[in-house]
Design a binder for this molecule. Structure first.
Ligand SMILES: [Zn+2]
Length: 233
C-alpha cells in the first residue's frame, strides 16, 4: 500500500489497521498542509520513502520528482509516471500509471483547484494533459467537491444531461455518507466545464460572465475559473 497526500495521520492509521497493511511509500502532489501535514508522523511510525514535487518544500521528502520521472514501487508491482501540472501551486505534480491518476488539487470531479500560485494558462494546459489520458482512467481527486462542482457545471451547461444524471447519483451517495470518487477521465470529459472550453454552450456561458468574446479554450477556462471563485448557489 502507498499513501497519497496524508493531511492527517489518524484516518491513515485506522485504514492501515483495518486492512492489516504496512505502507511502502508516501506520494505527495503539492505542499499544502492538508496534503503533507501527517508525513513526519507517519514516517516516524513506518519508515518509508517520501516522493514529492522537486520544486516545492515537502516535509521529509526523500525522493524529489518532476515531469516524466517514474516512481517504481516493486512491492506493489506498480510504476507511476510523474506529470507536471502547475496552476494550483507552482510545482504541483500528478502520478499516473496502471489506469490510476492521483491528481491532488488539480482536477476535481466536475471542477478544478483554485489558482493560488499559477496562471490560468498554466492550469488550462495542466488539465488538458490530464484530459488526454485514457477514458477509463480512475481519477483519485484529493477532495470530495463533486456535488458543488456539478451545481456549477449545470449553471455553465444547463443542458448537460449527463451532468444532471451524475448530480442525482451524487446526492444519493452523499446522503449515505459514501464518496463519489474515484471518477474517470471519460466522465470528466463529459461533465467537467473546466475540460469543456471547446464546447459552444460552455464558451457562450463564459463569454456572458466575462462580458467579452473569448477566443481560445484557455481564455474560456480563465473566465470559468474566475466565475467559480465567486459562485454560490
Ligand atoms: Zn492544495
Amino acid at each position: 500500500m502507498a499513501i497519497v497526500d496524508p493531511g492527517e495521520a489518524e484516518p491513515v492509521r485506522a485504514a492501515l489497521d483495518r486492512l492489516g497493511r504496512t505502507p511502502v511509500a508516501i506520494l505527495c502532489t503539492h505542499h499544502h498542509g492538508d496534503h503533507v501535514g501527517a508525513i513526519t508522523e507517519l514516517v516516524a511510525d513506518y519508515p518509508m520513502p517520501v516522493y514529492g514535487p522537486a520544486h516545492e518544500a515537502i516535509p521529509g521528502l526523500t525522493h524529489p520528482v518532476s515531469g516524466k520521472d517514474e516512481v517504481v514501487l516493486p512491492a506493489l508491482d506498480l510504476t507511476l509516471r510523474v506529470i507536471d501540472v502547475p496552476g494550483h501551486t507552482a510545482g504541483h505534480i500528478a502520478y499516473y500509471g496502471n489506469g490510476l491518476l492521483f491528481c491532488g488539487d488539480t482536477l476535481f470531479s466536475a471542477g478544478c483547484g483554485r489558482l493560488f500560485e499559477g496562471t490560468a494558462e498554466q492550469m488550462c494546459h495542466s488539465l488538458q494533459q490530464l484530459a488526454a489520458l485514457p477514458a477509463d482512467t480512475l481519477v483519485f481527486c484529493a477532495h470530495e467537491y463533486t456535488e458543488s462542482g456539478l451545481h456549477f457545471a449545470l449553471a455553465v451547461e444547463p443542458g448537460n444531461a449527463e451532468a444532471r444524471r451524475y448530480l442525482d447519483e451524487v446526492i444519493v451517495l452523499r446522503q449515505h455518507h459514501r464518496p463519489s470518487l474515484p471518477s474517470t477521465i471519460g466522465r470528466e470529459r463529459a461533465v467537467n466545464p473546466f475540460l469543456r472550453g471547446g464546447q459552444s454552450q460552455v464558451r457562450a456561458s463564459a463569454e456572458a460572465f466575462a462580458h467579452q468574446p473569448l477566443t481560445s479554450e484557455c481564455e474560456v477556462f480563465g473566465a470559468l475559473r474566475r466565475w467559480k471563485d465567486s459562485f454560490t448557489r
